[in-house]
Design a protein around this ligand. Structure first.
Ligand code: ME8
Length: 640
């Protein structure tokens, strides 16, 4: 049987995951579960992209090695996916030896096939996008992200991308749904039709990458390296027979990507594969961006929200449901916690959850927990059939919101049916048969909804299934789902509220509070290992001094940062400190602090920082608490 194999982008490890990353991974998880419920074998791969200049710089700023940095952040991605219950089948890190083996093999194939030559590149490069810009002046804004480009002048290995224009255009023509949606396809067509230039696939000015086999002063360009992760993650490049079989069984993949990386996936990647004589992907599905305050949610803009507070307060299922229901797949969508809580209450607590609790309570009360037998309502049965058909068609076309809407039509239809039938008036001899019919119908509708919603709301669907007293789980085949397939003598299970109603203002406050704590989590840094000792000379290298805060002000657009001036005896330093969420600027002047005086200067949000304020990191969230000395300690005194 053919396997449905899907990949998410391999996320950069320059920073922890945010909701944008969670969105892609949730979509992949949902699609994979849905495919399984169509009776297909399905798997998805995710992972982290760990090489390149961006990561190298982030690690330098943290004062640790790129590998240590990548280890920490990659673990945070994995931890987040595990907490959210995202059931990835494969996880690849591009710093794993198995990945290097695959990359080396593909590079060798390209070389053997004559698609690689040496040349030199001099021109703008965008570090944020890890992209050679090819035209314009260094310093100009990157056409993709708008950040200033940098001049790169290097001897490089080039890939003959220009040789593939015709074959790529032929591919897009022969397979019109290779790139979805249509708008992205047109963008790519335009780009390729304008003519492709060869691309540099190595760097010499950075070292954090996979060395070019046989010419080790070059490292491979991060995008060349990363795309191959889709293959190395399932066994390509490994000599073991089991690995070979696995990748050959799973490949080719569907690639799910954000719209900003469509060109890499639709142009470069198929061309690399053609050059390596490997099968091309089945297709590329591009989704839009999650916006926050009308801008792309991104680390570099600094407007990110984390999945964790939402999971803690509303649960992973509510987050999944909201993202898939609220955002029209393929388009950009604004994320708002107010809309999240409103939808939770309306659709989950008052909608699905309430239908479940009312129905189960009535079966308990009127029929002592036994599901009545006999006929169910034909109109409701038809509505359920329609929900099922619509959900299948829409989910197959990645239109999750419309598929979910159909299930909520069934839920609303059931609410209306109960309001019309007024089962609470039927608990008498004359009403007995009708009450049986109403309760059975509501029970069957719930059973059907649990199966249909299991790909999107897996935890709640399982909980409801148990409350319905049904065996196994709701992950049943959706195509073969029978409305009336309930064993005689069926009894309901133990009931509880699926989605307790939330008080809006309090919930929003709680989300905000947890969000603030999240942002105070310590950034990756070298962890002092208990069993590694340093010499006194090592400690003496750190110039720790007493200082006094003279002024403190907020930095526009950076919630966490304060700009301080600090008197350290010999001079007054400007220092940027990440303590704004814990300290009001007005409370700081006059306060004694400890600073690291000999850190290399760096810029945070464009503001120069000459040193670092020392703070204790408290609690799970690592909230900063300033370290101090008695107020009469002279400024500039050294700590030894
Ligand atoms: O591009 N809205 O990694 P990346 C929706 N390493 N999705 C978002 C998003 C947002 N605001 N922000 C991020 C890279 N994403 C490369 C990929 S693949 C071989 C290499 C999601 O960490 C979305 O899927 O910048 C986007 O394409 C991806 O994260 C970018 O992650």
């Amino acid at each position: 049987m053919e396997t449905f194999f899907l990949t998410t982008p391999l996320y950069y490890v320059n920073a922890r995951p945010h909701l944008g990353h969670a969105y892609s991974t949730i979509v992949a998880d949902t699609m994979t579960r849905f495919q399984r419920q169509l009776g297909r074998e399905a798997a998805f791969l995710t992972g982290t992209d760990e090489h390149g200049q961006k990561i190298q710089r982030a690690a330098e700023a943290a004062g640790i090695s790129p590998q240590q940095f990548a280890d920490q952040v990659s673990a945070q991605f994995r931890q987040e996916w595990d907490r959210l219950g995202l059931d990835y089948s494969f996880y690849i890190r591009t710093t794993e030896p198995r990945h290097t083996a695959a990359v080396t093999e593909i590079f060798a194939r390209l070389q053997k096939n004559g698609y690689i030559y040496k040349g030199s590149y001099s021109g703008p490069y965008c570090v944020s996008c890890e992209l050679f810009i090819g035209e314009g002046q260094p310093g100009n804004p990157c056409p993709t992200c708008g950040k200033p480009t940098e001049l790169v002048t290097e001897e490089n290995y080039y890939f003959k991308l220009s040789a593939f224009s015709d074959r790529l255009l032929e591919l897009y023509r022969a397979q019109p749904d290779f790139i979805r949606p249509e708008s992205r396809r047109n963008e790519v067509l335009g780009f390729v039709e304008a003519g492709l230039k060869d691309v540099s696939i190595t760097r010499t000015s950075i070292h954090w990458g996979i060395p070019v086999p046989g010419d080790e002063k070059h490292v491979l360009y991060v995008w060349f390296d990363a795309l191959i992760g889709y293959l190395s993650g399932i066994g390509y490049g490994s000599p073991a027979a089991a690995d070979q079989q696995r990748w050959q069984k799973l490949w080719p993949a569907w690639h799910l990507v954000g719209k900003e990386i469509v060109r890499f996936h639709c142009v470069y990647w198929p061309a690399f594969l053609m050059a390596a004589e490997l099968p091309l992907p089945r297709g590329i599905i591009a989704h839009g961006w999650l916006l926050f305050d009308e801008q792309k949610m991104s680390k570099s803009v600094g407007n990110v929200l984390r999945p964790e507070p939402i999971r803690q307060v509303l649960g992973a299922d509510a987050l999944r449901y909201f993202l898939l229901r609220e955002i029209s797949f393929g388009q950009d969508g604004n994320f708002s916690t107010t809309a999240l809580v409103t939808r939770y209450n309306a659709d989950l607590a008052n909608g699905w959850g309430n239908l479940a609790s009312r129905t189960l309570a009535m079966i308990a009360k009127y029929r002592d927990g036994a599901v009545p037998e006999g006929e169910s309502d034909a109109a409701m049965r038809e509505l359920a059939g329609q929900a099922r058909r619509t959900l299948i068609a829409e989910f197959e076309g990645w239109q999750f919101s419309r598929g979910l809407e159909a299930v909520w039509q069934l839920i609303a239809g059931m609410d209306r049916y109960l309001a019309e039938q007024r089962p609470w008036t039927l608990d008498n001899d004359a009403g007995r048969a009708q009450l049986d019919r109403v309760l059975r119908t509501a029970y069957l509708a719930l059973r059907c909804s649990a199966v249909l919603l299991a790909p999107v709301l897996p935890e709640s669907a399982r909980a409801l299934w148990a409350q319905l007293g049904l065996p196994a789980g709701p992950e049943q085949n959706i195509e073969h789902l029978h409305w009336d397939d309930v064993a005689p003598g069926q009894r309901i299970g133990v009931t509880a509220a699926l989605f307790p109603r939330l008080e809006k203002e309090k919930t929003l406050e709680e989300l905000k509070r947890l969000e603030v704590m999240e942002e105070q989590l310590p950034a990756p840094a070298a962890k002092p290992a208990a069993d590694v000792h340093i010499a006194i000379d090592d400690f003496a290298k750190v110039d720790l001094r007493v200082g006094e805060v003279l002024t403190a002000e907020r930095i526009k657009g950076a919630d966490k940062l304060l700009k301080l001036t600090v008197d350290i005896g010999s001079e007054v330093r400007q220092i940027v400190a990440g303590i704004a969420l814990a300290y009001e600027p007005e409370t700081l002047p006059g306060r004694k602090v400890i600073i690291v005086a000999n850190l290399a200067p760096r810029k945070l949000r464009g503001v120069e920082s000459n040193g670092m304020i020392v703070a204790a990191s408290v609690g799970d969230a690592g909230a900063p608490v300033l370290v101090s000395v008695p107020s009469d300690t002279p400024n500039g005194a050294r700590l030894r």
